[in-house]
Design a binder for this molecule. Structure first.
Ligand SMILES: Nc1ncnc2c1ncn2[C@@H]1O[C@H](COP(=O)(O)OP(=O)(O)OP(=O)(O)O)[C@@H](O)[C@H]1O
Length: 309
């Protein structure tokens, strides 16, 4: 984001958002905790829908949203604000010729950053992947969440405080601590949050998410999702490949042929390109076999001009 400019998001529930019983249950719980005034924390591995759910809950809260994405370079000023320059005011008054009056004033220009704006105006803060910021940068959240006071040093050239607006809400997301580029969050911050742990979607939800993105026939979508889920459950310790892989494969097949009538070889090639790079080298042979099996089990309509692809 440009220093000195800020975009607030007027969030509306997305039409693409899929609500299956699994999603409704967790989204209602999150909304309920948030409505009660608790800061909520959606935690879980990559691709389990944390950010999407955070934005959905924020939209349901109905206030404008301030989005912050965690960054290891952040300091307190990236959340709270900073002195963005100085204004120099020089006045020379020579109205009476024999008297010259001058005034030279230098004032600092303060820029409120996103946390300050959200706290002061009672907006909803979505702090995505907050553990990608160093814990020191996030320390300021402790008093915001506990005492409802945000210390702002340097505003108007002095130490001051912002009283947190009663409508202020906060939604955090994070990946597990063992992920690359993620800091261990301070216990004091975690202790202030209501953490909801997200895991892989159930099959119904995953199929519904893919269905919402492509125009493929249902059996093709189910086949792709089942393949991805089998690999995830048996050949990965990080819950990958995620639903993103199902979406990518389905979208590309949709792009090539709306009916999914691509050749077995083509299907294998697309799956290999999408899945194998995220599988450890020890397990690639087994995953390749699964992909070949999935391709050969396809119940297809008679091929059209498959050779064209
Ligand atoms: N309820 C939903 N409805 C529709 N699409 C969804 C839903 N939940 C997740 N998705 C889709 O699934 C994919 C992964 O979701 P999302 O980016 O929210 O996951 P994440 O847990 O935040 O991942 P990461 O940790 O990698 O940022 C995205 O393509 C997203 O659009």
């Amino acid at each position: 984001m440009d220093r000195g400019r800020m975009t607030l998001i007027t969030s509306r529930p997305s039409l693409e958002f899929v609500e299956t019983p699994y999603i409704s249950k967790i989204s209602e719980k999150a909304l309920s905790y948030s409505s009660c005034g608790f800061p909520i924390h959606l935690s879980g591995p990559t691709g389990v829908g944390k950010t999407t759910l955070a934005m959905h809950v924020a939209a349901k809260i109905g206030r404008p949203v301030v989005l912050i994405c965690g960054d290891h370079e952040f300091g307190t000023s990236d959340l709270v604000g900073y002195v963005s320059g100085y204004r120099h005011n020089y006045t020379k008054d020579n109205f009476i010729r024999s008297v010259v009056k001058t005034e030279d004033v230098m004032t600092s220009q303060w820029f409120d950053n996103r946390l300050t704006v959200a706290c002061e105006r009672g907006l909803t803060l979505v702090y995505d992947e907050f553990t990608r910021s160093r814990p020191e940068a996030n320390n300021v959240l402790l008093s915001v969440l506990e005492s409802k006071i945000l210390p702002v040093s340097g505003r108007n050239g002095k130490e001051s405080y912002v009283r947190v607006h009663p409508d202020f809400r906060a939604i955090f997301t994070s990946n597990p601590e063992e992920y690359a580029g993620v800091y261990k969050s301070q216990d004091a911050l975690k202790d202030r949050l209501v953490t909801l742990e997200l895991s892989s979607f159930d099959e119904e939800t995953e199929v519904a998410i893919v269905r919402g993105r492509v125009d493929l026939c249902e059996s093709e979508i189910v086949r792709i999702v089942k393949l991805i889920r089998t690999i995830r459950n048996n050949y990965s310790d990080k819950l990958t490949p995620t639903v993103r892989s199902s979406i990518k494969i389905a979208k590309y097949i949709d792009f090539l042929d709306k009916k999914g009538n691509i050749s077995e070889d083509r299907f294998i090639e697309i799956c290999n390109d999408t899945i194998l790079p995220i599988i450890s080298s020890k397990k690639r042979a087994s995953v390749s076999r699964l992909i070949i099996d999935a391709a050969s089990n396809i119940e297809r309509e008679p091929y059209g001009n498959v050779e064209n692809y």
